[in-house]
Design a protein around this ligand. Structure first.
Ligand SMILES: [Zn+2]
Length: 276
C-alpha cells in the first residue's frame, strides 16, 4: 500500500508530465472506484490545464486552471503509469486515462479499486470531508515531539496502531510506523499515552527521517526512468525491520533479532532487544 513517500514520488513524477499541460482527452472506463466518480468527470477535466501538483498526506492534489482540484488517492493497489507512444498494453484494471497536449498519457490502474478520484473547488478543499480530519504529516513544520505527544495523550492503545491513525499523524502506514519505532528505540507495544517528552521528540524525528530517506530513494528511482515510460511510485528500498522477521537487528549492537507480531490485524516488525 502506498504511503507518504510513494505518493510523494508519484507526485513528483506526475508533475513532470502534467504541469502546464492541457488535458486534451480524459477517458473514464467505469462508474466508480471506492466511491463513484463525480458527475461528468471526464467532460469537466477535458480542455483544462494542470497548473500544479500538490500532496496532502496520501492524497494527490491536481490543481486545474478553473480553480478546481482533482483529489486522487491510490488506495491499496492504485498505480499511475506514464505511457508515451508505445506504452504498456491496456489492462482491464486501467480505469482512467489522461492524455496531454504533447501526446503523453497518464493511466490510472487499480486492481482492487480502493482508490478514489473526486473534484472539489479549491476554496472548499480544507473543509472537504477527506481533508478536514487529517493531522499534519511528519514533514510539516508544526509536527514535532510536543505536537505528537499532545495527539497521543489519553490514548490507551499501543503506539504502533496509534501511528496508523491519520488524526495522529498523516501519511504513515504499516511500513513507516515500524521503521520509525525501530529508529526511535520504542516498542510497538508501548502504551501510546506514555510517548511523551524525549520519547516523543525521538519518535517525531524518526518519522521525519524515515519518510525523508524514502523520498530520496524514490527520487533516485525517478531519475532511472525519467526518459522512459513507466510506473510511478514504487521503488527499491531497504527496510531495517519491515518484512525482515528473523534477521539480526541491523547496524545495532543490541544482539536482538527482528520479530513479527500482529497488532490490530496488521503485522508489526520490531527488535525486542532494542525497542522498549
Ligand atoms: Zn538492535
Amino acid at each position: 500500500m502506498p504511503e507518504l513517500p510513494e505518493v510523494e514520488t508519484v507526485r513528483r513524477g506526475l508533475a513532470r508530465v502534467l504541469e502546464g499541460r492541457r488535458l486534451v482527452r480524459v477517458e473514464q472506463r467505469r462508474p466508480d472506484l471506492r466511491i463513484p466518480f463525480p458527475e461528468r468527470f471526464a467532460q469537466r477535466l477535458t480542455g483544462r490545464t494542470v497548473v500544479g501538483l500538490a500532496r496532502r498526506a496520501k492524497y494527490l492534489l491536481i490543481e486545474l486552471d478553473n480553480a478546481e482540484v482533482l483529489i486522487a488517492h491510490l488506495g491499496m493497489s492504485g498505480r499511475m503509469v506514464i505511457a508515451g507512444g508505445n506504452g504498456p498494453p491496456p489492462s482491464p484494471h486501467d480505469h482512467v486515462v489522461f492524455e496531454t497536449d504533447d501526446g503523453r498519457r497518464v493511466v490510472y490502474n487499480d486492481a482492487r479499486r480502493f482508490g478514489l478520484m473526486t473534484l472539489v473547488d479549491r476554496a472548499d478543499l480544507d473543509t472537504h470531508p477527506l481533508m478536514a480530519g487529517l493531522a499534519p504529516d511528519p514533514l510539516d513544520a508544526v509536527f514535532d515531539g510536543p505536537f505528537l505527544a499532545a495527539r497521543l495523550a489519553g490514548r490507551h492503545t499501543p503506539i504502533k496502531p496509534a501511528l496508523l491513525d491519520q488524526r495522529v499523524v498523516a501519511g504513515i502506514g504499516n511500513i513507516y510506523a515500524c521503521e520509525a519505532l525501530w529508529r526511535a528505540r520504542l516498542s510497538p507495544r508501548r502504551l501510546a499515552a506514555t510517548v511523551t517528552g524525549r520519547r516523543a521528540d525521538a519518535l517525531a524525528k524518526a518519522l521525519r527521517e524515515a519518510v525523508t530517506e524514502a523520498i530520496e530513494a524514490g527520487g533516485s528511482s525517478l531519475r532511472d526512468y525519467v526518459q522512459a515510460d513507466g510506473e510511478l511510485g514504487y521503488f527499491q528500498h531497504r527496510w531495517a525491520v519491515y518484512d525482515r522477521e528473523g534477521v539480526k537487528c541491523p547496524g545495532c549492537r543490541c544482539g536482538g533479532t527482528v520479530r513479527r507480531i500482529v497488532q490490530a490485524n496488521r503485522s508489526t516488525f520490531y527488535c525486542p532487544a532494542r525497542q522498549r
